[in-house]
Design a protein around this ligand. Structure first.
Ligand SMILES: C[S@@+](CC[C@H](N)C(=O)[O-])C[C@H]1O[C@@H](n2cnc3c(N)ncnc32)[C@H](O)[C@@H]1O
Length: 387
């Protein structure tokens, strides 16, 4: 639009809409024919004013032929949530935009849903498979009926899966039997360990992939799988072989002052080289805010710049007898859970209710994803589904 003469209708968003054979516009709000005698300019000026008035009165009501022949400003109304669909209006024509259906396996405290929401992607339905009663209570406390709890992933049979048709699937199966940190790990195929739960993710992924292909939605189904970076080489290669791609390595220190290294396998279009370069640059030295910036109140001093990997064993955070924080009142100690939640990217007190004891908050936070990393992975999907 031309700033000097075009009149922008109020209270709506605009974008220049240019379609069809342009040729000479049927009417232009930006004519440059104001040369010639003063009388000529006056006549042309009056004509332009009349055109502007006429065009302004047409602002919400262009006929298809006008749209074909003109370069005009078309109102693009704000997208309004409407149950299953959001609607977008262009020129009075409404187009429904489907919200994504999301399935999260091994959902824990639903960090994936927190990440989606903070990206502005509001799922139509969010299905969560989880068995830990404490995590389930925290899910219900924060999201109530907005989460459909599916229970044990091993119980997800054909009858349930065929009614879901998700747009996004993600999950990170338990790593305790896969991680090199555990000398007694049973491995990915170890009987009566948690390792084989990976194959539950694979089973569900293949089912949904196949269903998406059968309904011609193969290119519109996105997924990622997460696991610890402490996998041994054989396990990592096996997972890559089953999933059909190599993992990207990411660390929370790419976003916040905390170390948490993870592998991600995905079909979401991310530039792997860029991610790996960012990881290589920042894994050891987070360049932004330091731990001190995340502490509550003035009487607390961080003794380290970056938090080591947060696990259920808090002694991991004590290096050489030094606690991560010194409090003016209580002396050396640990971070508050609200501080840890903020570093992970959750709202403050996310894990607090209903009356969740501190050791349970520690347990669920030790297992969870960090929301910043998940946001980065899901970000390319914003264009499709942002409300
Ligand atoms: C690594 S944690 C994932 C945490 C989650 N991504 C989050 O952000 O909180 C693995 C989760 O798998 C859950 N889990 C273990 N066995 C399961 C099963 N059979 N079905 C569903 N979830 C299970 C555990 O309770 C645990 O919360």
């Amino acid at each position: 639009m031309c700033d000097s003469c075009c009149v922008a209708p109020q209270d709506s968003m605009y974008y220049p809409y240019s379609v069809g054979s342009m040729g000479k516009p049927k009417f232009s709000l930006c004519q440059k024919k104001n040369s010639g005698s003063p009388a000529y300019r006056k006549r042309v000026g009056e004509r332009n004013v009349r055109r502007q008035v006429r065009n302004a009165s047409l602002k919400y009501d262009f006929s298809p032929s006008d749209v074909q022949n003109c370069h005009v400003a078309v109102p693009l109304m704000n997208v309004a949530p409407d149950g299953r669909y959001q609607q977008i209006s262009v020129n009075g024509h409404y187009f429904p935009i489907k919200r994504p259906v999301v399935v999260s396996l091994f959902d824990g405290i639903s960090a994936g849903l927190v990440a989606l929401k903070s990206l502005g992607i509001i799922p139509d339905t969010y299905y969560s498979s989880e068995i830990d009663e404490d995590a389930l209570r925290i899910q219900r406390f924060n999201f109530g009926a907005n989460i459909h709890q599916l229970g044990d992933v091993r119980g997800l049979q054909y009858e349930t899966l065929r009614n879901i048709a998700p747009d996004i699937l993600f999950g990170g199966s338990p790593c305790s039997d896969l991680s090199r940190v555990n000398p007694n790990r049973k491995g990915i195929e170890g009987e009566d360990g948690s390792g084989p739960l990976f194959f539950e993710f694979l089973r569900v992924l293949l089912f949904f992939k196949h269903a998406a292909q059968l309904s011609n939605r193969g290119n519109e189904f996105f997924w990622f799988f997460e696991n610890t970076r402490n996998l041994d080489i054989e396990t990592c290669s096996a997972i890559s072989m089953y999933l059909g791609c190599e993992p990207m390595t990411m660390c929370s220190s790419m976003f916040v002052p905390m170390t948490r290294q993870r592998y991600f396998w995905t079909n979401i279009p991310l530039c792997k080289d860029k991610v790996e370069a960012m990881y290589a640059e920042r894994k050891s030295s987070y360049r932004g805010r330091v731990l001190q910036d995340y502490l509550c109140g003035s009487g607390r001093t961080a003794n380290i710049k970056t938090l080591p990997t947060f696990t259920s064993n808090l002694s991991n955070l004590v290096k050489g007898g030094m606690f991560p924080v010194t409090d003016d009142t209580s002396g050396p100690g640990h971070l508050f859970y609200s501080e840890i939640e903020t570093i992970f990217g959750f709202p403050i007190h996310y894990t607090a209710g209903p009356n969740t004891p501190l050791h349970i908050r520690k347990k669920v936070l030790a297992k969870t994803w960090d929301v910043h990393t998940i946001k980065y992975i899901l970000e390319p999907l914003i264009m499709r589904w942002k409300c």
